[in-house]
Ligand binder design. Structure first.
Ligand SMILES: [Fe+2]
Length: 220
């Protein structure tokens, strides 16, 4: 199946953006701590709070269970009424979004991440031929300066590994269907992050371009 992809993800499979600067409101723990979470294991001891699902119901399963590709997510009213800033963050990007969820990850070890938790996502099931390829974007909600996402081109080859740092407000886009990935989180409290599926295309390209880091040595 042919899906248009973004050139910027071709070389490494991910792009790290400038951190969130509060454009849509402050990152307030009340937005994510008051939500309803579902026990759903992915990449460690995790729970997920869906904000947008295939149907607008509380559901963290794949959109394919409802005959949809991971696009045209529907906000869940009882959840997003508590997360006005996070909803604005998603809607600032005019690309089609699919599932939008908050992940709550309990502390783990690098050994467990490396040996057990690395996985690829199934982002493009039912994606119609010719439509943009689905990738995922993150906004790290808690401040986890010692944590990072581990990504690898080859699951069992650490030589292909890169690390994506996770301070509060970290923003990045990953082709998680291509890259093996999991988060190493050595803290003593859960790490929370917002994860959004987006369709590749001019809108996502623009959103990324507006957030690319300023090259070192460049003047504003
Ligand atoms: Fe994943």
């Amino acid at each position: 199946m042919a899906h248009p992809k973004l050139d910027i993800l071709e070389e490494k499979g991910f792009v790290i953006l400038r951190p969130y600067e509060g454009e849509y409101g402050p990152l307030d723990p009340r937005e994510w701590e008051s939500l309803e979470y579902i026990d759903w294991k992915s990449g460690g001891d995790t729970n997920f709070a869906p904000l947008a699902s295939a149907t607008g119901e509380m559901d963290v399963k794949g959109f394919w269970d409802h005959g949809k590709p991971d696009k045209d997510g529907i906000w869940i009213p009882s959840q997003v009424e508590k997360t006005p800033t996070l909803r604005r963050w998603v809607e600032a990007n005019k690309a089609r979004f699919g599932r939008v969820r908050i992940i709550k990850l309990q502390p783990n070890t690098y050994e467990a991440v490396s040996a057990r938790y690395m996985h690829q996502d199934d982002n493009n099931r039912l994606n119609p031929d010719g439509e943009g390829y689905v990738v995922r974007a993150w906004l790290n909600l808690t401040d986890d300066p010692d944590s990072y996402m581990v990504v690898r081109e080859v699951r069992d080859d650490p030589a292909t590994e890169s690390h994506i740092p996770l301070p509060q407000g970290a923003q990045f886009v990953v082709d998680t269907e291509r890259l093996w990935h999991a988060v190493y989180h050595p803290g003593n409290a859960p790490r929370y992050a917002l994860i959004t599926s987006w369709e590749s295309g001019p809108e996502l390209q623009r959103w990324i371009d507006e957030r690319l880091p300023t090259p070192v040595g460049a003047s504003a």
